[in-house]
Design a protein around this ligand. Structure first.
Ligand code: FPP
Length: 298
């Protein structure tokens, strides 16, 4: 049984020390100082996490803000505001665990169908977030990118987006991508049109390759997500990073986004480490079939 050393660690308060004793053996976690104070539950999860096998890129569909608010008889916008706290925790934790990239789905091309007041609030919330969280982004060495048809957003939002990218351009830590006015199909169409535009006047186009298409996606230069997290229990991909999630492990939790905390993020990372990634091949060590295979495994 895992026991925590210090008296104050016995409750669920935030603790500074993450030195644990397990069957009288003292364990030192690899990143206590980077992660800051952790709860006893987080410490228990961190102990199991293999820091050398974390996903390189985590993508998140932050769903359930409206339902969270509804359950509390609050307006939907209260759910979005509460959702920014989960975004902050997720961003900071991923950055401190040295995950290379984190992509958050903030506003889809389909979200324009929502009431104007909600859309305006979401845009304001994002602008407020970028202003208020800039010190945290800088402190954590985070570089910001925005994925989507940014040129279609209100001028004020475009300015703040550009400003956030410029201010963080020199940072060398995690890349934080905010998908904004984003659609997976729109992204592929934009990539194809960019390829066609490049070829204009350069003779008949030859074949487009996967590598070439990837280079024209909004995510150019980033590894594909290894882990896709979706909150609030919906089993959908919702037009998110359609090309890039081809081999991503999908983790769906019933938790509504405003309730998604650091322990749940650690649970998702642990679940990722339990999965066996085959990329359409067969299990390592499994004897191969000499006979021709009719259907490839997925
Ligand atoms: C989905 O919940 C959530 C959104 C469309 C917006 C997500 C935006 C934030 C959390 C704001 C902060 C973002 C950043 C990057 C700072 P929903 O409204 O669809 O919930 P429901 O399915 O319960 O109605």
């Amino acid at each position: 049984m895992l026991t925590l050393r210090r008296k104050e660690e016995l409750d669920s308060k935030r603790i500074q020390a993450v030195t644990l004793t397990k069957s009288n053996k003292t364990l030192h976690l690899a990143t206590p100082s980077e992660l800051g104070p952790v709860t006893a539950e987080e410490a228990r999860l961190l102990e199991k996490l293999e820091l050398s096998r974390l996903p390189r890129h985590v993508a998140v569909i932050m769903d359930g803000n409206g339902r969270w608010a509804q359950k509390r008889h609050l307006p939907r916008i209260a759910g979005h505001r509460a959702g920014t706290r989960s975004a902050r925790t997720t961003i900071e934790t991923c950055a401190r665990l040295k995950i290379e990239a984190l992509t958050l789905y903030a506003f889809s091309v389909e979200n324009w169908r929502r009431p104007k007041a909600e859309i305006d609030f979401l845009m304001q919330l994002l602008r407020e977030y970028l202003r208020k969280e800039m010190p945290l982004l800088q402190k954590n060495n985070i570089r910001m990118r925005f994925l989507g048809r940014i040129e279609e957003l209100p001028a004020g939002v475009q300015n703040d987006v550009r400003d956030a990218m410029e201010k963080t351009a020199g940072n060398k830590g995690m890349v934080l991508c905010v998908a904004l006015n984003y659609g997976g199909r729109a992204e592929i169409v934009d990539a194809m049109n960019a390829i066609l535009a490049e070829r204009n006047g350069h003779g008949a186009p030859d074949k487009v390759t996967e590598a070439q298409l990837s280079r024209h996606l909004y995510t150019d230069g980033l590894p594909d997500p290894d882990l896709l997290i979706r909150t609030s229990g919906e089993m959908r991909v919702s037009n998110f990073l359609l090309w890039q999630i081809a081999y991503a492990e999908i983790f769906v939790t019933e938790t509504l986004w405003p309730d998604f905390n650091r322990a749940q993020l650690l649970e998702a990372l642990l679940e990722f480490q339990k999965r066996e990634r085959r990329y359409g091949g067969i299990r390592e060590g499994e004897p191969s079939d000499e006979k021709p295979v009719r259907a490839a495994g997925h």
